[in-house]
Ligand binder design. Structure first.
Ligand SMILES: Nc1nc2c(c(=O)[nH]1)N[C@H]1C(S)=C(S)[C@@H](COP(=O)(O)OP(=O)(O)OC[C@H]3O[C@@H](n4cnc5c(=O)[nH]c(N)nc54)[C@H](O)[C@@H]3O)O[C@H]1N2
Ligand SMILES: Nc1nc2c(c(=O)[nH]1)N[C@H]1C(S)=C(S)[C@@H](COP(=O)(O)OP(=O)(O)OC[C@H]3O[C@@H](n4cnc5c(=O)[nH]c(N)nc54)[C@H](O)[C@@H]3O)O[C@H]1N2
Ligand SMILES: [Mo]
Length: 756
């Protein structure tokens, strides 16, 4: 077999395929006036902000400022299907556990607050008051550190602020969030090396950069609107160099579905000028190779009295250069080639793009963050940028592409287990209480504490925690021992079917829906990946008359749990979210001044970033060069029969929400239970296309982890790497397999063996 036998998609990203992709899933629902009206308002000032990705919402928006996957996310929320009390009478919770993720959410929008009745194993309807009272009573009966308050990255700034405040008034910093499985490596890593936990780029930087170095982010599926500025950059000659084990369509070729000429002629734009299929976990080595080339060129230039490096920047703004340069020089090309899986000539060619470019942006996603040495991955990308002063000036910078639509913002307004990141003294003064000062639990620590029995209650503000985390089997078993589980959600998912002793499922409004309170229809706000804050107004009629807003649900639980406090007026806050925005402004005056006035600024208002101003909030007050002790980011040794499993997202999913069974842009159709592997590896293992195999964990910790029923498909991946889908394969990931610094689960290189 050869590369030619691999499955793939021959069209470009975007184009007609993206429109067909929507129509295939939603059929007639796609074509109703209500849907068209809602999509027209998506991502525009005065409209509502997409619930899909966190890519920025520019001021110069398109007439349809949405993409294939944004439309899918909106339609998924607007569905006409309803998951009513009748549904729960028909199916027991045990029965529902055998359903697929897709079918659970296809039951439609949740309509009533429900209580789990253990005796009958069914969910039964209850009143909001009953639910709040029972939750409050259970929380009051335990110590604050025994409860965990999880957030998935969709909830608004207003809700997130109130939720974090509630947890702290209750006495807990146990505020893990989806970011802990995602860009926590960024929050911890960038903070450490440049003193800012978020990216430094703004939208305009993409119009003036000369080169973009792109690591482990799948734009075509996960943030398709970002393809527009990338296409514009490529067209004006900006050179894009991509490092990814998978040849992702959007980073190769793109047809802009907003452009009638491109659509009719099928003319696509080549996005990447070089595409390097680095091994999973091979980026530290690849970046070492790039830096080695830059330093070699610097030596050559120095002999002619010129320089490649920005010596002035390095001297005035950085720390640790000498040690780093020494390490780069000592590192052998042979080791770099082996660990990255890339040829020296290719790395030198890519390094030359960096040498020649005046303004460079570094972009990355889960390919760098979800690794055991994820911190070193990010620190190496920062090292590369620092060599030529590519942080803190126009057209340059580091730009992590965030996941959920408000995941970055939630951290900004207090969702954090780390007390040092929260202005606790300000909160203490504003609300007249003594906030907890001890560190809370992040996602991995919360899982450990649930396994050990230290944690007794879990409240989930959105998300699908049990499905998204590693170590599925042990976690599901431990989950049942919890005293209280509360899930605030729009749609049914697997986490709602594994319940503690007392369990409630509380349905909330979606972002596209009108949120009418005492003070009239409400606005909510979110922060995008480029640190811009936007107002969002839902206009659709709510899916059911029994829904409450997320903020009202948080307030209901808080009131039932906490003693009265004259400084904390939940009813007033629920009645008018503008009051909550005033409180956010009082808590964070630098970022949120004139919050209510500025929230509809076209393109959002920028909350500022010290590193962009070259103010480095690190202990050395400089940007840090990091000298890593390893070239492989995997954290495990290679050996015969051991593969690096990449858990991937398809084009038909949003995290654990599965819209359909195709991954159009990769040529996978009709199933998600697959093992993707290079044809040469198949031959070596004597595997046939279509054969059914199992994967087992190869983590050497004595724990058996296994997933059966995977169909072998030949796929263009580096030797030694295999691919499959998240969340189906999460049972294979040990809880201990995470970034050493931030504890982000290392889902992009999991040690596995193939059982034929
Ligand atoms: N439609 C859609 N949009 C989404 C989501 C979704 O599920 N569906 N999820 C949202 C969320 S929460 C997030 S966090 C983002 C995720 O968006 P991304 O950051 O794009 O995450 P993934 O798709 O998991 O993987 C990213 C890429 O990393 C590559 N990769 C794997 N291992 C390595 C490696 O070792 N090195 C390098 N260089 N690359 C590697 C994979 O091939 C893949 O192309 O998207 C958000 N947007
Ligand atoms: N193996 C592996 N595991 C991973 C990853 C990976 O790449 N590989 N990625 C990780 C990443 S990056 C992330 S972010 C996590 C995702 O983890 P989560 O954020 O916990 O999961 P989601 O799938 O986004 O949550 C989907 C559910 O959210 C609820 N929901 C949808 N909209 C709303 C709303 O408006 N309000 C409320 N209250 N609920 C709503 C619905 O009930 C839906 O079922 O998974 C992580 N897990
Ligand atoms: Mo994420």
């Amino acid at each position: 077999m050869t590369d030619d036998d691999t499955i793939r998609y021959d069209g470009p990203a975007g184009g007609w395929g993206s429109l067909k992709g929507i129509a295939r899933i939603f059929g007639k629902e796609w074509d109703s006036p209500a849907v068209t009206e809602t999509l027209m308002r998506q991502n525009k000032p005065g409209g509502f902000m997409c619930v899909s990705c966190a890519w920025t919402k520019p001021a110069d928006y398109h007439s349809f400022e949405f993409c294939e996957n944004g439309a899918k996310a909106t339609l998924w929320e607007l569905t006409t299907r309803r998951c009513t009390p009748d549904f729960f009478t028909r199916y027991s919770v045990s029965e529902l556990r055998s359903w697929k993720d897709h079918d659970l959410e296809q039951a439609g929008r949740l309509t009533h607050p429900m209580r789990y009745d253990r005796a009958s194993d069914h969910y039964v309807p209850c009143s909001w008051q009953e639910a709040f009272a029972a939750i409050g009573e259970a929380l009051r009966a335990m110590a604050p550190e025994e409860a965990v308050f999880y957030t998935s990255g969709r909830a608004s700034l207003e809700t997130a602020y109130c939720y974090a405040l509630f947890a702290r008034l209750y006495g807990s910093n146990n505020l893990p969030d989806s970011s802990n499985m995602c860009h926590e490596t960024t929050s911890v890593g960038l903070k450490k090396v440049i003193g800012s936990s978020v990216g430094t780029c703004v939208y305009q930087d993409f119009s003036s950069c000369d080169a973009i170095f792109f690591f482990g982010q799948n734009t075509g599926s996960n943030s398709p609107r970002f393809l527009h500025p990338l296409q514009a950059a490529a067209k004006r000659g900006c050179r894009i160099v991509t490092f990814n084990p998978v040849r992702e369509k959007g980073l190769e070729r793109f047809v802009n579905p907003q452009n009638p000429v491109e659509m009719l002629t099928g003319k696509d734009t080549q996005i990447s000028c070089q595409y390097l299929q680095v091994k999973a976990g091979g980026d530290i080595a690849a970046l070492m190779g790039l830096c080695k080339h830059v330093l070699a060129k610097e030596d050559e230039a120095a002999q002619q009295g010129r320089s490649v490096l920005d010596h002035d920047f390095i001297a005035r703004h950085t720390h640790g250069f000498e040690a780093f340069a020494q390490r780069v020089k000592e590192t052998d090309w042979a080791d770099i080639e082996r660990e990255s899986g890339l040829a020296r000539a290719d790395l030198e060619a890519a390094g030359q793009v960096y040498v020649e470019a005046e303004r460079v942006i570094g972009i990355y996603g889960m390919g760098l963050t979800q690794q055991v040495h994820g911190f070193e991955n990010i620190a190496m990308l920062v090292n590369l940028l620092l060599l030529k002063g590519n942080i803190g000036r126009d057209g340059a910078g580091i730009s992590p592409v965030r996941g959920h639509s408000n995941v970055q913002g939630q951290r900004t307004v207090g969702i954090s287990e780390k007390p040092e990141l929260v202005p606790l003294d300000t909160l203490a003064a504003l609300y007249d209480f003594e906030p907890p000062r001890q560190k809370g639990l992040n996602t991995v620590e919360a899982c450990e504490a649930i396994l050990s029995g230290k944690v007794k209650a879990f409240v989930g503000l959105g998300g699908n925690f049990v499905r998204a985390i590693p170590e599925r089997e042990a976690m599901e078993e431990a989950w049942r021992r919890l005293k209280l589980t509360v899930q605030i959600a729009t749609k049914l998912n697997r986490s709602h079917l594994i319940n503690g002793e007392t369990a409630y499922l509380l349905p909330c409004l979606g972002r596209s829906e009108e949120d009418r309170q005492e003070g009239g229809p409400q606005t909510v706000t979110m922060e995008d990946s480029l640190s811009c804050i936007h107002g969002s107004i839902g206009k659709r009629p709510p899916a059911s008359d029994h829904l409450l807003s997320e903020l009202a649900i948080v307030a209901g639980i808080a009131k039932a749990t906490l003693p009265p406090n004259p400084k904390v007026n939940w009813d007033r806050w629920v009645g008018d979210y503008g009051v909550v925005r005033d409180l956010i402004e009082k808590t964070y005056p630098e970022m949120f001044h004139d919050f209510n006035k500025r929230m509809f600024t076209p393109g959002g208002f920028y909350r500022g970033n010290s590193a962009r101003e070259r103010i480095w909030k690190t202990p050395s007050e400089r940007a840090e060069f990091t000298t890593p002790d390893m070239l492989s980011a995997t954290g495990f040794a290679d050996r015969k029969g051991r593969y690096r499993l990449i858990t991937m997202r398809s084009n038909d999913q949003f995290n654990t929400t599965i819209y359909g069974y195709d991954d159009r842009l990769r040529g996978v159709t009709g199933t998600r239970d697959v093992l993707l592997i290079h044809p040469n590896e198949m031959q070596a293992l004597n595997l046939q296309r279509g054969q059914i195999v199992a994967l087992v964990s190869d983590a050497e910790d004595g724990i058996e982890r296994r997933v059966d029923g995977l169909t072998v498909l030949p796929f263009d991946l580096p030797i030694g790497c295999v691919g499959g889908y998240y969340p189906e394969l999460n049972a294979l990931i040990p809880l201990s397999h995470h970034d050493r610094q931030s504890k982000t689960p290392a889902s992009k290189a999991v040690p596995v063996r193939i059982i034929a």
